[in-house]
Structure formats: C-alpha cells, structure tokens
Design a protein around this ligand. Structure first.
Ligand SMILES: Cc1ncc(COP(=O)(O)O)c(C=O)c1O
Length: 352
C-alpha cells in the first residue's frame, strides 16, 4: 500500500550534478549557463528590492508580461510567465495528456520531458536523432497515432544542439493537429530560430522559453510560454498565481533594460568563441555534433579521462552518453578568453 501513485516509488529522480559547482574555483562549462555574471544594474535592483522591505508581500507582476511580449515580438495575450521553463514544460505535459496518452520525445534530449511524462503515466515514444539527419522528423511522423497528444521539438536540442527548421515544425503541426507541438526554445537567443510568429495561426504550437541561459538568472527561475491566447488563458488556470517569485521579476525587468549587453555576449559566444572551438576540434579530429546553441557535444577517444583532466585544471563539463552508450562531453561555450583557456587545456590533455 502506498499513499502516492505507486509508479512514483519505482522511478529514478532527475538529479543533475549541482553540488560543488563553485564559480570561484571552476570555470563552469557544464550547465549551458551564461559564463559571466549579470551586470551591476541587476544586482543593484535586487538589493534595492530587498532593502525596500517588501519581502513579506506576495509577488505582484506589474507589466512584466507586456515587457516580455514586446521583447518576443508577440501580443501580451500570447504570453504567460512560469517558474523557469521547466514549469512551462510541466504545465504543457499535464494540461495536454492523461495517463496512457502517447507523447513523442525524440532522444537523446533534455531529461525533464521524459521525467514529467513518466510522472504523468504517459506512453513515451522515442525515435532517435542522428548526427547526419538531425531531428528524426520522418520517424516522428510515422509514430503519430490517434493517441498522440504531445510531440516535443527541443529547438535547439540539448545535448546535441540540433536545430529543427521552421518548415519541419510546421509540417509536424499540420500532421498532428490534435496534438500539442511543444517547441522548447530555451536557447532561442543563441539559435535565433523561432516559430513565435506562427502561434496564432497554429493553436497546437506551444513555445517555452527562459531567462536562465542567455540572461544569466537561472538561480531566480523565470521562464515563459508563448501560445495562442486561448491556450494561455487555459494554462493560467493550471499555474498558481504566485508561482513566479518577485526577485525573478525584479531581475528580469533589469536585464530587459539592457538587452545590448546580452546581444554582445551572444555575438561573442556564437560568432567568435564557437567557431574557434569548432576549428580546434576539426584540427584534432574530435567528432562533434553541429550545434545551434551555446554548447557542443563532442566525443574524444576517452571522454572520462578528458573530463577528469579538465576538472583538475579547474574546468567543469558534462558527460553525456549517446544512445549507443558511447560517452561524450557536452561543453558550454563561454567568452573568447574562456574558450582559449579550454582549448589550451584540451590540447594538453589529448594524446600526441
Ligand atoms: C532544452 C532545455 N529546456 C529547458 C531547460 C530548463 O531551463 P529552465 O527551467 O532553467 O528555464 C533546459 C535547461 O538546461 C534545457 O536545456
């Protein structure tokens, strides 16, 4: 006899390796975070809020939805804020599927999708990404049945960085009009690929985004959902009225005041540091997946040894196995200077 649903006792938890990540001791290239702290204005806004003696009050969100909508170039009725994009993803799974419904989650991918589907008792169908073919769009199409309620398009996908084209997302939206197409645009600022302009026309598209990756405030947990107004209205009935904390709103207002520095960071990462790392990997013949985001999944001969060597040199990266069990390293790309340091340590660690 169990008091909770019995399958919950048999599940494994999603436990990312969070302990011991001291940014003063390590260069953190393991969580796809922004590798520079937020600017003074954000810290000052947070301190001012705390000093204003308002922590005993429930959050009030002001015009943050309008501000995010203006940034995302969509009407405010198409936006809902969430406690990180993890909450947005959770709400979409919960709101679309009943136990036994089918969800298509191509693998390898971000662990949360499968975790939530298992909690909800959903049937998971998982075609595989390939290094050459990318998102398995044909296999996904074949897997669609009248029980399919949700299809995940992680765009770009974590850990492989694979981008899905707008036309492929549209093809899926048309092929499964009764299913939700969850387009996870967590890394949108890096990929610059979106279907946000299509949500009014395709009410089965639901986008999740975040302030965690590019904007530098994952600790404060702010994400948002973009979808047709009727979907947002429905999801607002599922999200709690205070699920997003006030400090997240204060910080988001401050980062939105200074989008220029975020754009400069993205340009340095994507247009300078990333080609530099790719050039290095090509020279030393380490295979890697083409990525549309601020990370690269690479497969050195002995990934465990390279990970250990990097750790000893003060750089944390994330081991991630492919579907055949071959271990790779997912490495976040930071600034030029940080990438030069990474390359120099990697160069010294590789045989020959
Ligand atoms: C693809 C993807 N989606 C969503 C998230 C969750 O981000 P958050 O809940 O911090 O917004 C992550 C975090 O690593 C991710 O890689």
């Amino acid at each position: 006899m169990t008091i909770f649903k019995s399958h919950l006792y048999d599940m494994g938890a999603y436990k990312p390796p969070l302990e011991g990540r001291d940014p003063h001791s390590y260069l953190l290239l393991d969580f796809n975070e922004r590798t520079l702290p937020v600017g003074d204005a954000v810290r000052e806004a947070l301190i001012a809020y705390i000093n204003a003696g308002r922590l005993q009050m429930y959050p009030s969100y002001g015009d943050i939805v309008e501000r995010i909508a203006a940034y995302a170039k969509v009407p405010a009725e198409q936006v809902m804020i969430t406690n990180g994009s993890d909450q947005g993803i959770d709400l979409v799974f919960r709101a679309t599927c009943a136990p036994g419904d089918e969800v298509i989650i191509p693998q390898p991918s971000f662990a949360i999708y499968e975790q939530i589907a298992k909690v909800e008792g959903q049937e998971i169908i998982s075609p595989f990404y390939t290094k050459e073919g990318g998102y398995p769009v044909k296999d996904v199409m074949v897997a669609i049945t009248d029980k399919t309620r949700l299809i995940v398009v992680s765009n770009p996908n974590n850990p492989c960085g694979t981008l899905v084209s707008r036309s492929e997302v549209l093809a899926l939206a048309k092929a499964a009009p009764e299913a939700a197409i969850l387009v996870d645009e967590c890394y949108f600022e890096y990929s610059k690929t979106t279907v946000s302009d299509l949500v009014a026309q395709y009410p089965n598209i639901v986008i999740t985004r975040t302030f965690s990756k590019t904007w530098g405030i994952p600790s404060l947990r702010l994400g948002y959902v973009v979808s047709a107004p009727a979907n947002i209205k429905a999801l607002l009935n599922v999200r709690g009225p205070y699920d997003v904390n006030q400090l997240a709103i204060v910080a988001a207002n401050a980062v939105l005041d200074d989008t220029t520095s975020v754009e400069a960071y993205v340009t340095e990462v994507m247009d300078e540091a990333k080609p530099m790392l790719e050039g290095f990997l090509d020279r030393v013949a380490i295979p890697y997946w083409r990525s549309g985001a601020n990370f690269i999944w690479m497969f050195p001969e002995d990934a465990a040894q390279v990970e250990e060597g990097l750790r000893k040199a003060g750089i944390l990266v994330r081991p991630k196995a492919d579907e055949k069990g071959r271990m790779g390293l997912r490495i976040t790309i930071g600034t030029l200077e940080q990438t030069e340091r990474l390359i120099s340590v990697l160069g010294a660690l590789l045989p020959g």
